[in-house]
Design a binder for this molecule. Structure first.
Ligand SMILES: Nc1ncnc2c1ncn2[C@@H]1O[C@H](COP(=O)(O)OP(=O)(O)O)[C@@H](O)[C@H]1O
Ligand SMILES: [Mg+2]
Length: 232
């Protein structure tokens, strides 16, 4: 049989439908991004998901061997599902290192690797400072529901753990978030500026002890890339 090339819209299956739903709920209209000049172009799951990744990290590649090994492990453990393998229980990854060494880049790179492998991925990303701000009590806002969304999400990226100002209240929130993910063995990408030996003092023993058991560790070093790279 000979394949026929057409200009018909290219469907990428149920995964794209799910991503479309997620993006639509965030006010992103794919009809205007996927089709130009009346000609439909193929849209990959990775391209759809890229819309949720901050512009600076939209082309990030995870090139650290421990980060790619982690992504491989998660991809292999994926549960079969209608739109491709879905995220299952698995190890988490803690990427530590000074400012500008590429922690956030590696983390988004890992998410992109999973998407490129066709893993059916429901993921959330937040900095710790935004996580605290999002859950601050305010009228008409259900903070508990937000906490549950992040705690239960199949893959969570928690950026800059330990960098935000803490209080007893934020420590309790962080504990509840990490403890849920620890108990349910939900893969979590975490970055931190803190040296390993400071984790316990800054985050508290309950969080540090769980992180010690649930995460594989990557330490990045080198100069601050923001100060050495040409402006972009
Ligand atoms: N492996 C890499 N290749 C190219 N650019 C990188 C790489 N890692 C980081 N960068 C760039 O360096 C800058 C700092 O990286 P970032 O991940 O934000 O650092 P950190 O999160 O450790 O503070 C960003 O502009 C990022 O795009
Ligand atoms: Mg960062």
């Amino acid at each position: 049989m000979t394949a026929t090339l057409t200009r018909e819209p290219h469907r990428v299956g149920p995964l794209a439908d799910r991503l479309n739903g997620i993006l639509a709920s965030r006010g992103i209209d794919l009809a205007t991004t996927a089709v130009e000049d009346g000609h439909a172009e193929p849209v990959t799951a990775l391209e759809l998901a890229d819309a949720r990744i901050p512009a600076r990290y939209r082309r990030a590649l995870a090139d650290h061997p421990k980060v790619t090994a982690w992504a491989d492990e998660i991809a292999h453990a994926g549960r079969p599902g209608p739109g491709g393998p879905g995220i299952a229980e698995g190890p988490s990854l803690l990427i530590a290192g000074p400012t500008g060494t590429g922690k956030t880049h590696q983390a988004y790179g890992a998410i992109r690797t999973l998407l490129a492998r066709g893993v059916r991925l429901r993921w959330e990303a937040t900095t710790t400072a935004d996580f605290h701000a999002r859950l601050r009590p305010r009228a008409g806002h259900d903070a508990e529901r937000d906490l549950q969304t992040l705690a239960r999400c199949p893959l969570l990226f928690l950026d800059d753990l330990g960098a935000a100002k803490t209080s007893e209240w934020t420590e309790e929130l962080t504990y509840r978030l990490i403890n849920h993910r620890y108990e349910h063995m939900l893969p979590t990408l975490i970055t931190t500026n803190l040296p390993m030996e400071h984790l316990r003092v800054t985050l508290g023993d309950r969080v540090a002890s769980r992180l010690a058991e649930m995460t594989e560790r990557v330490i990045l070093d080198g100069p601050d890339r923001r100060r050495t790279a040409p402006a972009a």
